[in-house]
Design a protein around this ligand. Structure first.
Ligand SMILES: [Zn+2]
Ligand SMILES: [Zn+2]
Length: 148
């Protein structure tokens, strides 16, 4: 059995346009495509952050089980969270740190023209809100029926 060569492993993560779909705006390593249902997103091979084109994050959020794409360790994601000076991997413009309008504790980087980047663990967090909202909606619905 051949021991995995850490140097080779490192080279594999190093951004290479022939192998990777995008260069990670956070850590500069290569990102690879991950397909969930019919939605294709990009996931970093190193920091495991996720890139969503346009409204993919919202489309993916509505799919049951889609948090499976967020395989990174949230602790690792938090390490990268403080790096805010990042550029859009599509156009190179500086991305804006944006708080989610529904969950202001979640911050992600966004390019108004191209999409958004979330650190490892953030998509799972982002997604949970829809469930919470769903239950809140149920409770509200019940109350209004009891006291119209
Ligand atoms: Zn990365
Ligand atoms: Zn852009």
């Amino acid at each position: 059995m051949v021991e995995p060569d850490p140097k080779k492993q490192e080279e594999k993560m190093e951004y290479n346009p022939d192998e990777h779909s995008l260069q990670c705006p956070k850590c500069g390593h290569g990102m690879e495509e991950v397909i969930y249902d019919d939605i294709v997103i990009d996931r970093c091979t190193h920091c495991v952050g996720l890139w969503f084109d346009a409204d993919e994050a919202y489309d993916l959020k509505s799919k049951p089980g889609s948090e499976a794409v967020d395989t990174g360790d949230p602790g690792e994601g938090q390490k990268w969270d403080s790096r805010v000076d990042i550029n859009c991997p599509r156009c190179g413009k500086k991305m804006e740190k944006t708080a989610d309008p529904k969950q202001i504790h979640i911050w992600y980087e966004s390019c108004s023209d191209h999409g958004m980047f979330m650190d490892a663990g953030e998509f799972t967090d982002f997604k949970q809100e829809s469930l919470l909202d769903f239950f809140r909606g149920l409770i509200k619905g019940k109350r209004s029926r009891v006291a119209p």
